[in-house]
Design a protein around this ligand. Sequence first.
Ligand SMILES: [Zn+2]
Length: 265
Amino acid sequence: MTTTMTMPMTMPMTTSPTTMMTTRMTTRMTTPTTMSMMTMMTTTSIIGITAIREHWGDEYPDCNGDEQSPIDLTGETETDLTDITFNYQSSPLEIVNNGHTIVANVEAGSSIVSDGVTYNLLQFHFHAQSEHQVDGVSYPMEMHLVHKSADEVLAVVGVFLEGGGAENGSFSTVLDNMPAEEEGTEEPADDVDPADLLPAAKTYYKYDGSLTTPPCSEGVKWHVLETPVELSDAQIAQFTDLFDHNYRPVQDLNGRTLELDNTPS
Ligand SMILES: [Zn+2]
């Protein structure tokens, strides 16, 4: 029950699904977060997920747009994309449990360059299972590194995380300092260089999409790294003990261009 205990339940577990839906929607009216969806997904059915997804679009019209994220990464065009330049540096972290994920805020100073545009790293956070799929298959987790340009364009780098490996020390500072309670904040003593959280090979999928939570704003430059990073099963469990269904289902590509870099960095 760890997962449930760490989420603010809006009603007793014994409430019927119909009543739960009504109450959660009411809650959502005053708290426009994805919390209601997360709780729904961990406790009830596919029907509940569908209802909540439709509901996002009611209040946030962009969520019904044609260029939404995540997507199934399939049918891509292989091409020689310009490599992403990662200019990351070690930073203190402010690790926050915002009720629907764990966010690690970083100090200013880290950035990427993609297609000649510099995007500054703001934060990274996690989803379980992965939001993007590859040929219909999900990974246990996905990390999103969120960046913004001077022109306020968002660029997200997605990194698939899988278990089955040895303990990955690069992730220990984050995983060992995740507040279990909503609104909890930790400031670990050790700094973290986000570059250490990336796979060595940085070939990536590229497409234009959206935020994966309301307001689902489009115009987000997605870069999903092809190579997953390996963690231990115990490390995956550290996160999924807190959040194990905080992902949005894949959305239609709707004819968008999906490219995969075919030249390793
Ligand atoms: Zn995300």
